[in-house]
Design a protein. Structure first.
Length: 136
């Protein structure tokens, strides 16, 4: 009896005011969020003790900026959850020369602050450790 009364009340509302019935029906549907992940924007740079330096901006989601390998660099960072220190190193052999170079990544990764830097023995070691991220 109660169920019948509830259904009757909905039918009465539907015939009395289509706008009320529409709002009641639409409120019963689940709310789906179409929020995209926050865009990532990072300044990727290196500074060598020998006196040369370079820097580029890397944007991800979607990939953009002047980084020459932006798609691959974003993919490498995504696999490392935005932590450059966790990028899977490439397979390369480097010489034992000592020419220190400091790599740095600063900015935002999916809304999370990134402030990373590391000094390597030479450019080859830096590129091996950071994969395509520092190839510019």
């Amino acid at each position: 009896m109660i169920r019948t009364l509830g259904l009757s009340a909905v039918l009465v509302l539907a015939t009395a005011s289509p706008a009320i019935a529409h709002s009641a029906a639409s409120s019963a549907q689940p709310v789906v969020s179409s929020a995209r992940p926050k865009q990532s924007e990072l300044e990727v740079s290196y500074l060598a003790d020998a006196g040369y330096a370079a820097a580029v901006v890397l944007r991800c989601d979607p990939a953009g900026g002047p980084h020459p390998k932006k798609g691959k660099a974003c993919k490498a960072l995504a696999k490392a959850h935005g932590d450059p220190g966790k990028i899977k190193p490439t397979k390369a052999m480097c010489t034992m020369e000592y020419a220190p170079i400091t790599a740095a990544v600063k900015g935002q990764w999916h809304g999370k602050k990134v402030d990373w830097s590391k000094t390597y023995g030479n450019r080859c070691e830096m590129e091996r450790a950071t994969s395509v991220l520092m190839l510019f």
